[in-house]
Design a protein around this ligand. Structure first.
Ligand SMILES: Cc1cc2nc3c(=O)[nH]c(=O)nc-3n(C[C@H](O)[C@H](O)[C@H](O)COP(=O)(O)O)c2cc1C
Length: 306
């Protein structure tokens, strides 16, 4: 059972993967946030945060979000040029502006585009491909209309988040539908959804022993030691977790302080990393970090974590 760090826009860019791995040991795979095309070009920023030097030695999976074959090809070309050997395809993003324009979860309703993608795959012989999907846009059985197409594609794996797009990131996990889908999929499967602690990983591994792996997003940001604890077979004390957490965040902070200009820019980049950490660090430091309007205030807030 492998451990996959989920792609999280604004969080799990290359630099996070690097420092996470340095602090806790590497996840088996790190999936980085989706790369998109804007005004006919791959967003440069999306490529910059996928710098291959930063993630050297790690198994990093870049991801494409696209609405047509032109966008897909532009992203596949850019990713291959950077030297990556794999590309994940986003069939799950639930944000209405993306879905409305035919990207993310909307691809669950577009088998002809997936067929066109499969036909173009041999033009990128250095890349392998995977899919990250939801069960549907509105209904949890919508996957049934696309399963044959997905099975006919040459994919290394399919990651499934068993919700529909209209649920965003909350509400019921449709486990029955996940199990039916898992029985029908002919590719290795990774389960993704609401994994918060090492016991959750064990529970999924016991229940679905044939999975290739589990993927955690918010759970890993809320508890970055999640997979290290799971590998050790022991839950760390809060003190152990806090020591490493502060090291991870100090490294991220120092990185942004040396690469960005001005308090506002640095704070805008570093604050989101605390978003899921209120239960771990407590309400007071969490609020102080959120409110910090200068670097001294930010460091004082972080120093108040005990
Ligand atoms: C803020 C945020 C950003 C996300 N960015 C991406 C992304 O770029 N690509 C993607 O496939 N999923 C993205 N996701 C979805 C996560 O990868 C994951 O599927 C989802 O959070 C459910 O897993 P979890 O319960 O472990 O968090 C994002 C989710 C959140 C909350």
């Amino acid at each position: 059972m492998k451990f996959f760090a989920a792609p999280m826009q604004g969080h799990t860019e290359g630099i996070f993967c690097r420092f996470h791995s340095d602090t806790y040991g590497p996840a088996d795979f790190y999936s980085t946030p989706f790369i998109r095309v804007e005004k006919g070009e791959v967003r440069r920023r999306d490529l910059r945060v996928n710098d291959p030097q930063t993630v050297k030695g790690l198994n990093v999976i870049p991801q494409a979000i696209f609405r047509d074959i032109t966008e897909w090809k532009l992203i596949a070309e850019a990713v291959a040029q950077l030297g990556f050997t794999t590309l994940d395809m986003n069939l799950g993003c639930p944000f209405p502006p993306q879905v409305k324009h035919g990207r993310g979860a909307a691809l669950l309703r577009n088998p002809s585009l997936l067929k066109a993608v499969a036909e173009e795959m041999p033009s990128f012989p250095t890349l392998t491909f995977s899919i990250k999907m939801r069960l549907g846009v509105e209904q949890p059985d919508e996957w049934t209309a696309i399963i044959d197409t997905i099975n006919s594609m040459p994919l290394t794996r399919v990651t499934v988040h068993p919700r529909v797009a209209t649920q965003q990131y909350g509400g019921e996990l449709h486990i029955g539908q996940f199990e039916t889908l898992a029985r029908e999929l002919r590719h290795p499967i990774v389960y993704n959804g609401d994994i918060a602690n090492p016991d959750d990983i064990d529970r999924i591994a016991d229940r679905y022993p044939t999975l290739e792996g589990v993927m955690a997003g918010r759970g890993l940001l809320a508890r970055p030691s999640l997979h290290a604890e799971w590998l050790e077979g022991r839950q760390w004390s809060r003190e152990e977790r806090i020591i490493k957490l502060l090291r991870l965040h100090r490294n991220l902070f120092e990185h942004y302080r040396s690469t960005l200009c001005g308090d506002a820019q640095i704070l805008m980049k570093i604050k989101p990393f605390w978003e899921y950490l209120e239960p771990e660090i407590g309400h007071k430091p969490f609020k102080a970090i959120k409110k910090a309007s200068s670097l001294p205030k930010y460091t004082t807030a972080v120093d108040s974590i005990s």
